[in-house]
Write a protein that binds this ligand. Structure first.
Ligand SMILES: CC(C)(COP(=O)(O)OP(=O)(O)OC[C@H]1O[C@@H](n2cnc3c(N)ncnc32)[C@H](O)[C@@H]1OP(=O)(O)O)[C@@H](O)C(=O)NCCC(=O)NCCS
Length: 175
């Protein structure tokens, strides 16, 4: 059942240097492309709480498609890695836009999705993905990365704290 009560979202920013000091890029990655929309929509539906942008399956598919249509900002494929197992199975993924298409957004590359499939959590997949993203944005001269996290998402907040992300603002969910 969809959760309709309002929730708080936190915008966080980290220096790419701090991310790379805290984590090693995942060893086997490939870029996430529009061909991965089915995988990404399924993974997002399985990973995120049923509310806001991911309140139901149709909303999750729609927002995933919007990313690749550039509606959230210019998709940065080079900074959007999937982590692969030795067998080539996708374990998790990060999607990034060069700038979030919102007036008040931080002036840095922006991570839209960061998720690891439930069976593969706690092995450094997400840390390794964000390190790969940090390395990719550094390669084009960017020094910081931003993202949004739900206030009540304890697992993600521990991850982001560990990688050097710091809160820049917070507010109620728009969706
Ligand atoms: C948040 C999330 C992305 C973390 O993914 P993950 O791959 O488990 O992250 P990591 O493995 O890098 O870090 C998780 C824990 O594993 C530990 N860890 C990291 N590398 C490890 C390794 N090689 N061996 C054992 N443990 C390891 C970390 O220290 C961390 O510990 P902590 O929970 O005490 O902080 C994942 O829980 C998820 O997909 N959640 C649902 C989607 C979501 O909410 N995403 C965030 C949106 S903003």
């Amino acid at each position: 059942m969809a959760e309709n009560s309002p929730f708080t979202r936190i915008v966080m920013t980290a220096k790419v240097r701090d991310i790379l000091d805290a984590a090693q890029p995942w060893p086997t990655i490939r870029a996430i492309t529009s061909e991965d929309i089915p995988w990404l929509a399924n993974a997002a539906f399985e990973s995120y709480p049923r509310r806001g942008l991911h309140r139901d399956w149709d909303a999750t598919v729609a927002v995933t498609q919007e990313i690749f249509r550039g509606e959230w900002g210019p998709y940065m494929q080079v900074a959007s890695p999937a982590a692969l197992s030795e067998d080539g199975e996708i374990l998790g993924g990060v999607t990034t836009v060069l700038r979030l298409a919102r007036e008040d957004a931080p002036d840095h590359p922006y991570v839209l999705n960061c998720l690891t499939l439930p069976d593969h959590r706690g092995r450094g997949v997400a840390s390794g993905l964000l390190a790969a993203t940090a390395r990719a944005v550094a390669a084009v001269g960017e020094t910081q990365v931003s993202l949004t996290v739900d206030e009540d998402n304890a697992d993600a907040r521990r991850l982001y704290d560990r990688l050097g992300f710091a809160e820049v603002s917070r507010g109620p969910s728009a969706a």
